[in-house]
Design a protein around this ligand. Structure first.
Ligand code: ZN
Length: 215
């Protein structure tokens, strides 16, 4: 299924390096006392064996799962933008993606497919999954994450265009509420030639959707 797209923020509103600095500071604080309170509020005995170390483990796990706040796109791509005359579409598909929905703090997971059309510069291939991870490892909605990845690549590479498709399952849909276990949410963000040139767009969407693991 496709969710209605949220209104996209203009790329200039996404000051990614500032976002990092704003977010980095309060992460020193331990979440363990809050987790202990939460467990008690759920009716649990926080002193029983299985739960005694849980607050510390949840603190560590949540910080790891949101580590995308502690880096910027510039840091991730540093030294991996190369001058190159390659002018065909570069596609990295089936990038495993794990994120947390900001509405329920429950995981959503699936695959991202990312492509760009170079304009004199290419990006080290391993950097594309790292850019996906940078945004996935924050509290997210899938729609915004898709846009952020596309805008970040436009910004660091200034290519002729970028396409991002993400297909994901949301545990907040599967485990609670509507309990629709097989609903897959598909979002896309198309920039430049991927938006304006139907041949480029069709080629990308065919590559992105063809033989998906989720079919
Ligand atoms: Zn949710």
């Amino acid at each position: 299924m496709t969710k209605p797209s949220h209104k996209r923020r203009p790329p200039e509103a996404l000051d990614l390096s500032t976002r990092r600095l704003e977010r980095a500071a309060p992460r020193e604080m331990s979440l363990a006392p809050l987790v202990r309170q939460m467990l008690a509020a759920l009716g649990e005995d926080v002193e029983r064996d299985g739960l005694r170390e849980t607050p510390t483990r949840v603190d560590e796990a949540l910080k790891w799962l949101t580590r995308g706040y502690t880096a910027s796109v510039e840091e991730v791509v540093a030294g991996a933008v190369f001058e190159e005359r390659h002018d065909s579409m570069v596609v990295v598909r089936d990038i495993e993606t794990y994120s947390l929905c900001e509405h329920h703090l429950l995981p959503f997971f699936g695959k991202a497919h990312v492509a760009y059309l170079p304009k004199g510069k290419i990006l080290g291939l391993s950097k594309i999954p790292r850019i996906v991870d940078l945004f996935a490892r924050r509290l997210q909605v899938q729609e915004r994450m898709t846009d952020e990845i596309a805008d970040a690549i436009m910004r660091v590479l200034d290519p002729l265009g970028v396409g991002v498709v993400i297909e994901a399952y949301h545990l907040c849909m599967m485990m609670r509420g509507v309990e629709k276990q097989h609903s897959k949410c598909v979002t896309s963000a198309l920039r430049g030639a991927f938006r304006e040139d139907h041949k480029t767009r069709d080629e990308f969407l065919r590559l992105a959707h063809g033989g998906s693991w989720l079919e």
